[in-house]
Ligand binder design. Structure first.
Ligand SMILES: Cc1cc2nc3c(=O)[nH]c(=O)nc-3n(C[C@H](O)[C@H](O)[C@H](O)COP(=O)(O)OP(=O)(O)OC[C@H]3O[C@@H](n4cnc5c(N)ncnc54)[C@H](O)[C@@H]3O)c2cc1C
Length: 292
């Protein structure tokens, strides 16, 4: 939305915003905690409030057409893109294209945790969507792997919803999250943080039953019973379409008229910085169109 608005303000009047979800806003919609907008709006907003400010601006810019429930599935080097939407498939070739497809979560498989493959293992962001948008609580006794901000925030969220968070297990010697999140999400709720430890084994037949936690240095182990494991071990830019179009390094796309911004370029901590850089992408696309 920030990129589309910046291009619009720079004089581009024929803009299509394609979104696969049923509403605009991306990941912000599920981030119902505060901490957004301190730089851009100079006020403390929740994720949905931050998104809403942009949704209103997009609605007011009448030449920005929005196509929801529209999933881009194909992109070629000359910017021919194909998307699926209710009722059909559309192919078009914009003169400039800005990719803002966000990121995806790393999974248990990517960090090679041994053990069985029972139900009850969720990427933390998916669990956040279940709790905050769908209204489901996917477990009652939780172990969180990874102490980045998403893991910390979800430890608090599950606690507030009545689940018991047994521990956050972090392989590094320090938390990767903000100090304020360690204090406000763990210490305030007496949730143990095991630094320099890893979840070495997941046990359970149909559902998760327990995990084995190992001290990285002493190799001593202990077990924690739980029915759910939240995996919060990092994000990966979602840029398959750019690769599909033939750009070997999606962070530096070398296709004319193609611009990339937000978490699909690199993983940002703060949405304010996503907005700032996406505005630059919108301005760059407008400049490209003037000279093309
Ligand atoms: C749990 C969590 C907590 C956070 N906390 C904070 C915080 O406290 N403060 C802060 O400033 N920031 C926070 N952030 C970071 C910030 O929210 C994000 O960095 C930012 O919102 C990312 O914006 P984006 O537009 O790049 O990506 P996204 O919000 O992921 O948007 C990408 C959009 O592209 C769509 N899309 C993807 N592929 C396709 C396709 N093929 N076709 C059509 N549409 C597609 C997706 O549906 C999505 O709507 C947090 C993030 C998370 C996950």
């Amino acid at each position: 939305m920030a990129a589309a608005l910046a291009a619009y303000q720079a004089g581009v009047k024929d803009i299509l915003l394609i979104e696969r979800d049923q509403y605009l806003g991306g990941i912000l919609n599920q981030c119902i905690h505060p901490g957004f907008g301190l730089h851009h709006f100079k006020t403390d907003l929740t994720g949905p409030e931050y998104a809403d400010r942009f949704i209103k601006q997009v609605a007011a810019a009448q030449e920005i057409e929005v196509s929801l429930r529209s999933f881009v599935v194909r992109l070629t080097a000359d910017r021919e893109l194909t998307y699926l939407k209710p009722g059909g498939m559309v192919t078009l070739q914009p003169r400039a294209l800005i990719m803002a497809t966000g990121c995806r979560e790393r999974t248990r498989e990517m960090i090679h945790i041994a053990g069985t493959r029972p139900a009850g293992i969720f990427p933390a962001g998916l669990a956040q969507k279940m709790v905050n948008i769908e209204g489901w609580l996917p477990g009652k006794e939780i172990v969180v792997i990874g102490s980045g901000d998403i893991g910390l925030i979800m430890a608090r969220r599950f606690t507030l919803e009545g689940a018991r968070v047994k521990a956050v297990v972090e392989i590094q010697k320090e938390s990767r999250g903000l100090v304020r999140n360690v204090v406000q999400c763990l210490e305030d709720f007496q949730i143990p943080l095991y630094l320099n430890h890893r979840v070495a084994l997941i046990h359970g037949r149909d559902r998760v039953e327990k995990v084995t936690v190992e001290n990285n240095e002493t190799k001593e182990t202990f077990e924690l019973t739980c029915d759910t494991v939240l995996v919060s071990v990092g994000l990966i830019p979602e840029n398959e379409l750019i690769e599909q179009a033939g750009s070997p390094d999606p962070a530096k796309p070398n296709l004319p008229g193609l611009f990339v911004c937000g978490n699909s370029l690199k993983v940002y901590d703060l949405v304010d910085n996503v907005t700032r850089d996406s505005q630059k992408a919108g301005e760059a696309a407008a400049e490209y169109l003037k000279n093309a």
